[in-house]
Design a protein around this ligand. Structure first.
Ligand SMILES: Nc1ncnc2c1ncn2[C@@H]1O[C@H](COP(=O)(O)OP(=O)(O)OP(=O)(O)O)[C@@H](O)[C@H]1O
Ligand SMILES: N[C@@H](CCO)C(=O)O
Length: 321
């Protein structure tokens, strides 16, 4: 359970007194997630999510995330809407952490997505890219290719204790990716972490996207590569080409890929898999003492990398030639 910071009743009451969202009916920690501390907040006016920003979220980036959610909500994208306090502030401090309240989205995430879920995801991803086009703020992707070697340095000595051969495989992936990482692809606001737990459905219809705390300015096709990794593989590394085809077709129904993006897809997928393998590896080896959190398994992405290393072109990912 991702609750790194406990919030006392008194601290919560003091924090909420700045907001005009009614009086508190219930408050409880949320079991899912690994990054921030999240709580359900139920008041006489409705349901909200309270987030205390932890470890990997830099305080100077919070105006980007909050501004982006406001921008996307204003353009009709179903995402959390930040709630401003009586003084017009969307960001406050609670228990020594930066904190914000956002609207609660209805829906549930799917644990085992099918082709139609992937098609709906593709459409929503392209709509997000379109809605973000006139967002004026910029945030560099601080978990892109130049960050991977320093991340690996934190875990290299112990990598083989997690999976034999992992250190050597990672060294060779890093060399290839650093030499061939594509530049100058069409770019803009990307979500960068659109895993199944961050996409809600009501029945078969996609109802909302959450967790914009890795959002940044980067290649649109990299976001697609993140989704291909997150949605179209089993934990054991089995790839579902039909789901990948649905995801790409859904995306291209809204925003057709340019030829440079199509050509870059295999290396973008390989890089995205390495990014999640590395952050998981570092977290796996460094669980904070006392934190109520279950770290995610880096080996799932080591297995995906086996697929990406042998992929030749976008056709291998289900895109028609
Ligand atoms: N706006 C929202 N509406 C409804 N539920 C939400 C909302 N925001 C968060 N949640 C719930 O809280 C959980 C954790 O939120 P979130 O994914 O943002 O946390 P995180 O720690 O950043 O997680 P991750 O590991 O995905 O980065 C979600 O799985 C969902 O159940
Ligand atoms: N979605 C990430 C965790 C948050 O970055 C993962 O599955 O590793």
């Amino acid at each position: 359970m991702a609750v790194y910071t406990e919030v006392s009743d008194a601290a919560l009451a003091d924090f909420l007194s700045a907001y005009a969202i009614g009086s508190l009916l219930s408050f409880k920690g949320i079991a899912e997630g690994v990054e921030n501390s999240n709580f359900f907040l139920h008041t006489t006016q409705g349901s909200y999510i309270l987030t205390l920003y932890e470890k990997r979220v830099r305080e100077q980036d919070l105006p980007f995330f909050i501004g982006l959610m406001e921008h996307l909500s204003a353009r009709g994208l179903a995402c959390p809407q930040p709630v401003r306090d009586r003084a017009g502030q969307a960001l406050g401090q609670l228990c020594g952490r930066p904190a914000a309240i956002v609207s609660f989205l209805e829906g549930v995430s799917v644990k085992t997505p099918g082709v139609e879920h992937c098609r709906a995801l593709g459409r929503a991803l392209a709509e997000l890219h379109a809605a973000g086009r006139d967002f004026p703020m910029v945030r560099e992707n601080n978990l892109s290719v130049s960050a991977w070697r320093p991340l690996f340095a934190q875990a290299e000595d112990q990598a083989d204790s997690v999976e034999p051969g992992l250190a050597a495989r990672t060294r060779s992936d890093l060399a290839v990716l650093e030499a061939h990482w594509p530049r100058n692809l069409p770019s803009g606001v990307i979500h960068a972490d659109l895993f199944t737990d961050n996409v809600f459905f009501i029945g078969d219809a996609l109802s909302g996207l959450i967790d914009f705390y890795f959002a940044c300015t980067d290649a649109f096709a990299y976001d697609l590569a993140v989704c291909l990794n997150a949605w179209c593989f089993e934990a054991d590394g089995t790839f579902h080409r039909d789901m990948a085809a649905g995801l790409i077709a859904g995306y291209e129904a809204v925003r057709p890929l340019e030829s440079a993006e199509v050509a870059a897809l295999p290396i973008l997928c390989r890089g995205a898999a390495l990014r999640f393998m590395l952050t998981r590896l570092v977290d796996w080896l460094n669980v904070p003492p006392g934190a109520l959190v279950k770290p995610k398994d880096p080996r799932e992405f080591d297995r995906r990398l086996t697929f990406h290393r042998q992929a030749r072109d976008a056709w291998d990912y289900g895109r028609p030639r």
